[in-house]
Design a protein around this ligand. Sequence first.
Ligand SMILES: NC(=O)c1ccc[n+]([C@@H]2O[C@H](COP(=O)([O-])OP(=O)(O)OC[C@H]3O[C@@H](n4cnc5c(N)ncnc54)[C@H](O)[C@@H]3O)[C@@H](O)[C@H]2O)c1
Ligand SMILES: [Zn+2]
Ligand SMILES: [Zn+2]
Length: 372
Amino acid sequence: MKTKAAILWERNTPWSVEEIELDPPQRGEVLVKLAASGMCHSDEHLVTGDMAGITPEPPLIGGHEGAGVVVEVGEGVYSLAPGDHVVFGFVPACGRCPSCATGHSNLCDMAANMAVGTQVDGTYRHHARGKDIALGVGVGTFAHHTVVHEASCVKIGAEYPMDKACLLGCGVVTGWGSSVYAAEVRAGDAVAVVGCGGIGSNAIQGARLAGAKVIAAIDPVEFKREKAMEFGATLTYASIGEALADLERSTYNRGFDKVIMCMGVGDGTTLGEAFWLSGKRSRTVVTNIHSPAEQSIAVPAVFLTVFEKQLVGSLFGSANFRKDIPHLLELYSQGHLDLDGLVTRTYPLEEINQGYADMNAGKNIRGVLVYD
Ligand SMILES: NC(=O)c1ccc[n+]([C@@H]2O[C@H](COP(=O)([O-])OP(=O)(O)OC[C@H]3O[C@@H](n4cnc5c(N)ncnc54)[C@H](O)[C@@H]3O)[C@@H](O)[C@H]2O)c1
Ligand SMILES: [Zn+2]
Ligand SMILES: [Zn+2]
């Protein structure tokens, strides 16, 4: 079939919205008509090359934070049927590999082909201008339709608005899980969140719901700091330096129990600075992306020993999306989790470049593409 998608033909060029040819779903795959897609910072890394070497080369279709309706299922699909509403997991969850079997489906072995951008079976369904087009981050939600493996979808209730539900495909689960699962925020903890965009705003919501006593939101953009207070922050700072200077007031000089890194692009020097925010037996969680070319971080290793500080990474919130997406939608419908406040502005697919310009200018918590 023919449909429309935003393609990146070369690094550091605008997304090109054009017609593509989409093959029918093969064995184990589903065709989904997308309703909405969030514009996560991770797709911007595809444009800039921040993650070169571990992400697909252009030409590629971006987008991984999507929701839509199943239109057609391939042979052997047993958990989904046409008409089902779904949100994607940008990492598939096969349910059978060692990671899935031990409750870490965010690290599913079925994701092996994500680095080259093919389907799970190593072939392509998306084509344009006579070429195979890779999937930038697993699913290709910057398009009106996509074909993905059944393992990349979770069914959700038809009552949820798609332009909010799509955010569960990455930002909400990633941020929430960075606090609740990776950092293991506990009642009474003092938490610092560095970078308060789409991911950090949800790290703040996760910390609040987990019972943190102090939540310091650190971001140079005033609008992000104002929104952070709405999501549950108790203090805000324009820089890590400002937060360091105020440790006496925020933590009685003990340092934060949990520090969660959610900047647009991480770097070793800033991570090193943020490490000084953390106290004895603290945990610093690296959720933001660092360039794979960066080979060192400015962390004094001795404090891992003498203060038992921990430094851990987190992918997709260290969550299990089949459980966590429906769970977080329930928290939304019960009024505990704010999804509406995350969507600053919506755009049609044709305005995707404006959406990313707004993200880079610090104007959006999340910009969301909404399709007809
Ligand atoms: N680990 C994962 O599974 C995962 C999933 C999704 C996104 N990410 C990554 O998380 C990061 C954040 O993504 P996002 O969509 O929230 O991006 P975003 O652009 O919406 O937000 C980033 C925020 O960081 C702030 N910032 C920039 N420099 C800063 C600094 N020195 N100190 C404090 N704040 C600073 C910006 O003002 C902005 O508000 C990106 O690197 C993204 O690729 C990781
Ligand atoms: Zn698996
Ligand atoms: Zn993302």
